[in-house]
Ligand binder design. Structure first.
Ligand SMILES: *Cc1c(COP(=O)(O)O)cnc(C)c1O
Length: 349
């Protein structure tokens, strides 16, 4: 790895702080959601580290993410796949892998195929419309569960981040159905994502199921000043050129770029081939505690307008100001952070 390569540095201490803080304020265990490369933080490093810290449950969205965790050969951890998967042999072969049942049809199929209910978490949908057994199917669900006297690994639902009143309603409805089904049938009960962790108590729940807040990423409208961000994308300046000697910056004609008062252009080894979207053109980087604009992004490099204070080898940080990047890119931070791909190494420090 080159000395000037970009890396995602992940601060262990902050992840650990968030983990213990969330456990303490909620008095529940944590299902660490590590889908999408642990929101860009690096799934392998994060799972290894959190399992050393006592975390026993990890949730992913895809089978391939579960496979990555299995390859780590960690003892005493459970993997929950949140989306429906078709490859049932994968579940049958791996007793520590569990899946979420996202429809009544899936439940019947899973029972027919002989998948153990000890590897299943029922998911109830109160109108979120994404995943889960629909409210109109609940009577049928209750009938099946009672007739067959089924006991499951878990039961869950999902809350909408958009509306607090709706969250409370879902919490209430979830409690009612748990009473009908009898909660002793379920070893684990969970409903709260990060917004839910901040907003509601999570009545009856044994676990919280969170990603963003565990990594210290705040959701707009849900702010907890006690969580600490752990992600830092940085690298060093490869070289600096005088603008007067250039006709182009990257592939862009110099005239097309607003050069303002700056006279120099710094190159860094980070481009859209690393998952650093070209749409980030215009955001600010931080060099020696000063802000400088990224003016051009190509596949393998990007270019920053700088002044005379900046030297080759100086550190550059990208996405330091997440709010600024969110406003510029018009997508949430977990989207652009999880887009940074495997060309960029993750370093847990
Ligand atoms: C992604 C996901 C989560 C985690 O959401 P955060 O807002 O990042 O905490 C929880 N539950 C399910 C079903 C998810 O898909």
């Amino acid at each position: 790895m080159g000395l000037k390569d970009f890396k995602v540095k992940v601060y262990k201490e902050n992840i650990l702080h968030n983990y213990h803080y969330l456990k303490k304020i909620k008095q529940k265990d944590i299902i660490a959601v590590v889908k999408s490369n642990a929101y860009g933080h690096g799934i392998e490093n994060i799972v290894k580290f959190l399992s050393e810290c006592g975390c026993k449950y990890f949730a992913v969205a895809r089978e391939c993410e579960a496979e990555k965790i299995l390859k780590l050969k960690l003892n005493d951890i459970n993997i929950i796949i949140l989306e429906t998967i078709d490859e049932l042999d994968f579940i049958k072969k791996n007793s520590n892998v569990q899946m979420v049942v996202n429809s009544l049809k899936d439940l019947l199929n899973l029972l027919n195929q002989g998948v153990s209910t000890k590897q299943l978490h029922l998911k109830l949908d109160f109108g979120f419309g994404r995943n889960g057994i629909m409210e109109k199917e609940f009577d049928q669900l209750v009938k099946i569960v009672k007739e067959k006297d089924l006991n499951f690994k878990g039961i869950s639902t999902h809350v909408f981040a958009a509306d607090y009143e709706d969250m409370l309603k879902i919490e209430e409805k979830f409690s009612e159905i748990l009473k009908i089904l009898k909660k002793d049938r379920f070893e684990m009960i969970h409903m709260q994502n990060s917004a839910g962790v901040i907003s509601i108590e999570g009545k009856n729940c044994t676990h919280i199921r969170c990603g963003t807040i565990l990594f210290g990423l705040q959701e707009i409208g849900y702010f907890d000043p006690n969580v600490k961000r752990a992600f830092k994308l940085n690298g060093k300046i490869l070289g600096i050129k005088d603008l007067k000697d250039l006709k182009y910056i990257g592939y862009e004609k110099k005239e097309n770029i607003n050069i303002e008062k700056y006279k120099k252009i710094a190159k860094i080894r980070l481009g859209y081939g690393d998952g650093f979207s070209k749409r980030s053109e215009g955001i600010m980087s931080i060099i020696n505690n000063k802000k400088f604009k990224i003016v051009h992004i190509s596949m393998d490099s990007s270019f920053i307008l700088v002044d005379d204070s900046v030297k080759e080898g100086d550190f550059v940080e990208i996405f330091h100001d997440l709010e600024d990047a969110i406003n510029h890119l018009k997508v949430p931070h977990y989207e652009f952070l999880s887009c940074i791909n495997d060309r960029i190494k993750r370093e847990l420090i």
